[in-house]
Design a binder for this molecule. Structure first.
Ligand code: SAM
Length: 292
């Protein structure tokens, strides 16, 4: 029997994956999102009231359903950056120290790169890479809106294909963030044209290039260095199955570091935030330490 496509196929595919939890996840995906505002240290912004905090986040932040659009403070830089709390977790999981050499392999529009830059405090190196020129322009804009030019000396924006990076460099970086392009089911659900085009082959095809990127990341990180692999996908094929494949194809070259956070839940190899429980996500991450 040919697999179902379009909205019916989508529903069946995720129903099979998440069972009786799927209708609650789907409802949460369609609900309005809440936001975290991460204060920009280069704008010297302080939240006016006592901020609501998400336990475990080390960035100065506040939580609301709706924030006003970011504005420049009198220092000339935007006051805060808005994002989903789950999107902060991969940067927390990287444990970046000032002075380290960090690559954000799929960086645009640049929210997580901005967080990495905060962690580096102007020391070391951050390479923010993205293959798309239009999307790289957004990284440039975020850096210029949030960070003085004099503090951007350790920040570089590049345009390489993440799947092929290891052909040119090996064992170079302390930390690698691979926030991979993914199925992004929230966006598919919100866009009827996308939903009508959905087919199960799509997540399988995306998973192939995600694995190629992770294999490349394992070669470019130093021995002893850390990779965080993350996606905003719900499909297990793009999450735990990618790490399972790394065990099959790169056995003995890495170990998994298990991290826990104040929201979300453990999976076989990583950590997943699903919107039906916390209102954040969907988001998946796994922490891989290169050992050889
Ligand atoms: C999930 S988004 C990254 C979001 C980003 N980390 C952030 O926090 O703003 C994935 C990005 O990967 C980029 N991309 C897709 N294929 C790529 C490749 N082969 N090499 C490098 N970048 C790629 C896309 O242009 C897209 O901007």
């Amino acid at each position: 029997m040919t697999p179902l496509k379009g909205p019916e196929g989508f529903n069946q595919f995720y129903q099979d994956m998440y069972g009786e939890r799927w209708p609650r996840i789907k409802e949460a995906l369609l609900a309005p999102k809440k936001h975290v505002a991460v204060a920009n240290p280069w704008s010297f912004y302080k939240f006016p009231d006592v901020p609501l905090e998400v336990s475990g986040l080390t960035f100065s932040h506040d939580v609301k359903d709706v924030f006003p659009q970011p504005e420049k403070t009198h220092h000339g830089y935007l006051n805060y950056y808005l994002l989903d709390a789950a999107s902060i977790l991969p940067v927390e999981a990287l444990d970046i120290l000032p002075g380290e050499k960090v690559v954000d392999l799929c960086a645009a529009p640049g929210g997580k790169s901005f967080l990495c830059a905060i962690k580096l405090k102007g020391e070391g190196l951050l390479i923010s890479n993205d293959r798309s020129a239009a999307r790289r322009a957004r990284i440039h804009r975020i850096f210029d809106d949030y960070i003085p030019k004099s503090s951007q000396k350790n920040l570089t924006i590049t345009s390489y294909d993440a799947t092929k990076w290891s052909l040119y460099q090996k064992s170079m970086y302390d930390k690698v963030l691979l926030d991979a392009p993914c199925s992004s089911e929230r966006h598919v659900l919100e866009d009827s044209k996308e939903l009508n085009l959905w087919a199960p082959g799509r997540t399988k095809a995306i998973a192939i290039s995600q694995f190629a990127m992770l294999a490349s990341a394992l070669d470019i990180v130093k021995v002893g260095g850390t990779i965080v692999y993350s996606t905003c996908a719900l499909s297990k094929l793009e999450n735990d199955d990618i790490i399972a494949k790394l065990y099959q194809k790169r056995a003995g070259r890495f170990e998994l570091i298990r991290k826990e956070f104040s929201f979300g839940e453990p999976t076989e190899f990583g950590w997943q935030v699903l919107p039906d429980t916390s209102g954040w996500g969907p988001f998946y991450l796994a922490v891989v330490k290169r050992t050889r």
